[in-house]
Design a protein around this ligand. Sequence first.
Ligand SMILES: Cc1cc2nc3c(=O)[nH]c(=O)nc-3n(C[C@H](O)[C@H](O)[C@H](O)COP(=O)(O)OP(=O)(O)OC[C@H]3O[C@@H](n4cnc5c(N)ncnc54)[C@H](O)[C@@H]3O)c2cc1C
Length: 291
Amino acid sequence: PAGVFSAGTAQRLVNMEGYMPGREVVILGSGDIGLIMARRMTLEGAKVHVVAELQPYSGGLKRNIVQCLDDFGIPLKLSHTVTEIHGKDRVTGVTISAVDDKLKPIPGTEEYYSCDTLLLSVGLIPENELTLGAGAPLSRVTNGPVVNESLETGVPGIFACGNVLHVHDLVDYVSEEAAQAGRAAAKYVQGGNKETAEPLSGGIKLEAKGGVRYTVPSIIHPENVPDTLTVRFRVGGIYKNSFISVYFGDQRVQHRKKTVMAPGEMEQVLLKKADLQNIDFDTVTVTVEAE
Ligand SMILES: Cc1cc2nc3c(=O)[nH]c(=O)nc-3n(C[C@H](O)[C@H](O)[C@H](O)COP(=O)(O)OP(=O)(O)OC[C@H]3O[C@@H](n4cnc5c(N)ncnc54)[C@H](O)[C@@H]3O)c2cc1C
């Protein structure tokens, strides 16, 4: 039936083309776009009945949960998903069910919501057509290119940043990353970087472990690092009162307490060039530890 839209399509219709996709709305997925669309549709006069989220936590920023749902009294149902869409020509309703810890719907928990629109906001991946076209290897976790300390991809002279590299929630990090990639590209043009013939070979491997899903970059050539290298990453679940730790080989060199870490919020650690230079190991590990 008509009335099932991706949140991005709904954004385009509402924000750019001036059309309302519908009036009675259910949203599946509580990442930032799902949350923002709950508020947008409400401000445009629609009734958003519920936001359903498969995971036991929201994938969005805390402030978006507060400002986009709580402020408008829109319920968020964690560990729930849409199990049926009703309607023939147009959506007339959806069934939402609770899911167990394996994310499978639990029979008997079905609830019917009358609605004319279902917005799907179930995850973003980097726009990678250009990356694929260039032949740069992709990370299986981020779906963006694998990069080294200079944000250089596997194709010498091609650098990546922003949402092409990995999905960002805050534009501030995109700006920083863009400046870093720009500086590295300028240095490359001037013939400044070493090891550029094979950007992803040699160097120190950055490993994501224990709840850290990935790191950007994933390879470091210490000689090309500026004074400080920012390593960005996301965790794969909610961690409370845990530590972000960095190991050089077997030696723990950073151990920082974080009250809360969540998949929706990008994290970072800083590595100093001086510390990376005189080392006799080939792996740096970023991990989450309980204590
Ligand atoms: C719904 C939503 C809400 C957000 N809200 C916030 C917020 O409140 N605060 C915040 O800090 N961040 C927010 N973000 C995150 C932030 O907007 C992004 O992380 C940031 O815009 C990414 O910047 P970018 O330059 O990498 O990509 P984009 O901003 O997406 O820019 C990429 C540009 O490249 C163009 N392009 C694509 N392909 C080609 C091509 N082949 N040739 C030429 N041009 C091309 C695109 O048209 C686009 O203009 C939000 C993101 C989303 C999706």
